[in-house]
Design a protein around this ligand. Structure first.
Ligand SMILES: [Mn+2]
Length: 423
């Protein structure tokens, strides 16, 4: 068979609103607004520069069922740019942009195939009249779809290479909607040579060969949770049907979660300098991309009480933002969280019969006992469920309560140790 190359992307989420960012300078907000659209341009540029034979887009092109006209124009224009280079593209829709959402009446180039809902359609991709591969695809009709569509895919026995294009959740991935669930075994049994999947936003190769199964991940991280690089795969298929995928980053703004260790003897200036140094390192690592960072101060040191004093960290944050504000590509610190601990021997103190010892033992019991944590939650329920409390409080995850306990212990012990010192 003839060797060929294609690009596989998914989860473009064009016009994503970037929930979760509290405040940001105008240039940051602007860059974030443009980022999801720019990633599409980068994918198209990549198809052209890599001389790809075709492009596969595995769902969640748009962020919501009621996609904006602006987003739809942008997507159509980019695929038209590919079509002008004689590169066909194949699109399925996912749970964020199902077929029952609003779809503008636009003219699409012939080289663009947008798969309908069931049944699965099979389209051959040709170069100079010769079939390179057959792409089988299906879009979902509605946002909620909990049935497995992989049994509907059938390879064309005459095709040199069969590709399945599908937005689905393999193996009940936690943290993602259990949308169109299926298993690796289902995908393997289907007879496809390559599964071009979408849905999971962190790229991963689920299976190397026979068949190759890949989630390219989102082309642009869309919230602080989606940290690190995001992009798509350039895939080479050899004459011997050997599949070689290569990840290429396409994000323009990168989210970074950074721990900043505070040394035992550090002064406040050192903390400030460390914050700047970590931001600069993250920027260098991101190869010219803008960064939005969430930093966490960690470690055990004499500065602990100072860092927990109201206002200290806000001032360090403001000063750091100011120092970084002229940098391009920019680094924007979204959050600076203190999770440091005081300089004392926790293990030794927990053995003592004094108040501090009792406090540490109580915290340990609560942290490690689900029933005790549930009891704590019920004690706090008048606060959590108060009509003026944010609704998230009523469904706080357990690890959040554990973190609060840890912080409460740190603050109590700081105050108690300060009193011990002054006696
Ligand atoms: Mn998605």
């Amino acid at each position: 068979m003839t060797p060929f190359r294609f690009v596989h992307c998914a989860d473009l989420h064009i016009d994503t609103p970037f929930a979760g960012l509290q405040t940001a300078d105008a240039f940051v907000a602007d860059a974030l607004r443009r980022a999801s659209s720019e990633a599409v341009n980068v994918v198209v540029d990549l198809c052209i520069s890599e001389h790809a034979d075709f492009l596969l887009i595995a769902g969640d092109v748009f962020d919501s069922a009621n996609r904006s006209l602006r987003a739809q124009f942008h997507f159509r224009d980019q695929l038209a740019r590919l079509a002008a280079e004689e590169i066909p593209s194949f699109v399925v829709h996912g749970n964020h942009d199902p077929l029952d959402g609003w779809i503008a009446d636009l003219r699409w180039p012939d080289a663009v195939t947008i798969f309908a809902s069931e049944p699965v359609q099979s389209i051959p991709v040709k170069r100079n009249g010769e079939i390179l591969a057959v792409v089988h695809g299906v879009s979902y009709a509605t946002r909620k779809d909990d049935h497995n569509l992989t049994p509907l895919f059938h390879p064309n026995p005459h095709a040199p290479f069969n590709i399945g294009l599908l937005h689905c959740n393999v193996g009940s991935n936690t943290g993602h909607e259990d949308y169109a669930p299926c298993s690796i075994d289902d995908l393997t049994a289907s007879g496809m040579d390559y599964w071009a999947l979408g849905h999971v936003h962190r790229g991963r190769v689920l299976r190397q060969q026979g068949p190759t199964i890949i989630y390219p991940g989102a082309s642009q991280g869309r919230s602080p949770v989606e940290s690190g690089e995001h992009g798509c795969f350039v895939v080479d298929v050899s004459g011997a049907r050997q599949v070689t995928p290569r990840f290429v980053a396409t994000d323009s703004v990168r989210w970074a979660l950074i721990d900043v260790p505070v040394a035992e003897e550090a002064a406040l200036d050192d903390v400030h300098d460390a914050v700047i140094a970590h931001c600069e390192a993250a920027s260098a690592e991101a190869g010219g991309r803008d960064i939005v960072a969430r930093l966490t101060l960690t470690g055990r040191g004499r500065l602990n009480a100072e860092l927990h004093r109201a206002g200290s960290v806000t001032d360090i944050l403001d000063r750091s933002r100011e120092m970084l504000s002229q940098r391009r590509p920019f680094v924007w610190i979204d959050r600076l969280t203190v999770r440091t601990h005081g300089l004392f021997d926790r293990a030794a103190r927990s053995q003592e019969s004094d108040f501090i010892g009792e406090l540490i033992r109580q915290v340990d019991t609560l942290t490690n006992d689900h029933a005790a944590l549930a009891h704590l939650r019920s004690l706090l329920s008048p606060v959590f469920e108060h009509s003026q409390a944010p609704v998230e409080l009523s469904r706080l995850p357990e690890d959040c309560l554990q973190r609060w306990l840890d912080e409460a212990e740190t603050r109590c012990i700081d105050m108690l140790l300060a009193e011990e010192g002054s006696e």
